[in-house]
Design a protein around this ligand. Structure first.
Ligand code: ZN
Length: 243
């Protein structure tokens, strides 16, 4: 199966559209959470995701804040401002969809899916080899796909207890998967790896390959909507620079 794996759309509808178009036909779509937060288009993003066929979608930490599952005080002031705006504008049906998302890990074939990490699915960032190595004992499948850090990368553990190799993965270069790996498709709507293009990955479950991809989108258009909605200027600035 050809599976589109994406994460952290963060209410950026233009980036989502670019990813769906660029990815082409997929047998399944796995979304690792954070449909909302930061961006100007929470309703358009949730509506588009709801339409995707054969979808597995997890809840992210920004999503759970909107369901009342945790306090918004957990977020910094600027992130909280966007969430309060989303809370105000989201339609009841879209909010219901977010509430229906699972916050625990999901296993799909040879892959475990988590928003943050397999041992702390909503909150933990896997950003370095130390945190990654602590997580390899928390999933049984050969590989695990995570989002949350907004960095397109891979973590490889050759043997149990050995050093974990971290790599920022190159777009369009297929990686042959081998046990055990943790892979991050990057963020659709707010990349933080100094590449402003929307990030995602294609997972081929038969060939056991993972291909990171990047696609440019009209960032200025999204910045305009961020400003029109009165959201923090920082959210507009960062999507242009990829941080
Ligand atoms: Zn996120």
């Amino acid at each position: 199966m050809r599976i589109l794996v994406m994460s952290d759309i963060h209410a950026n509808y233009t980036a989502l559209q670019a990813v769906l178009k660029d990815a082409g036909a997929a047998d399944e779509t796995w979304c690792l959470g954070d449909l909302v937060g930061y961006g100007p288009d929470p309703n358009a993003v949730v509506e588009e995701v709801r339409e995707i066929k054969n979808l597995t979608c997890l809840m992210g930490n920004h999503d759970v804040a909107l369901t009342g599952g945790i306090s918004m005080e957990t977020f910094n002031g600027e992130a909280k401002r966007a969430l309060l705006y989303h809370e105000k504008v989201l339609s009841p049906a879209n909010l219901d969809f977010i509430r229906s998302l699972p916050s625990a890990v999901k296993v799909r074939g040879e892959a475990t899916l988590a928003h943050g990490s397999p041992r702390d699915p909503l909150w933990e960032y896997i950003l370095n080899s130390m945190i990654a190595s602590l997580n390899f004992d928390h999933f049984e499948t050969p590989w695990c796909f995570v989002g949350h850090s907004h960095v397109q990368c891979s973590f490889t553990q050759k043997e149990k207890g050995t050093r974990v190799v971290v790599q920022q993965t190159a777009p369009n270069v297929a990686i042959q998967l081998a046990p055990k790996m943790i892979l991050n498709p990057g963020s659709v709507g707010q990349p933080r790896d100094r590449d402003s293009r929307a990030a995602y990955a294609i997972y081929d479950s038969e060939a056991r390959t993972w291909t990171p991809r990047r696609v440019p989108y009209n960032i200025a258009e999204v910045q305009k909507r961020i400003r029109e909605a009165g959201l923090p200027e920082k959210h507009a600035a960062r999507i242009a620079a990829g941080w």
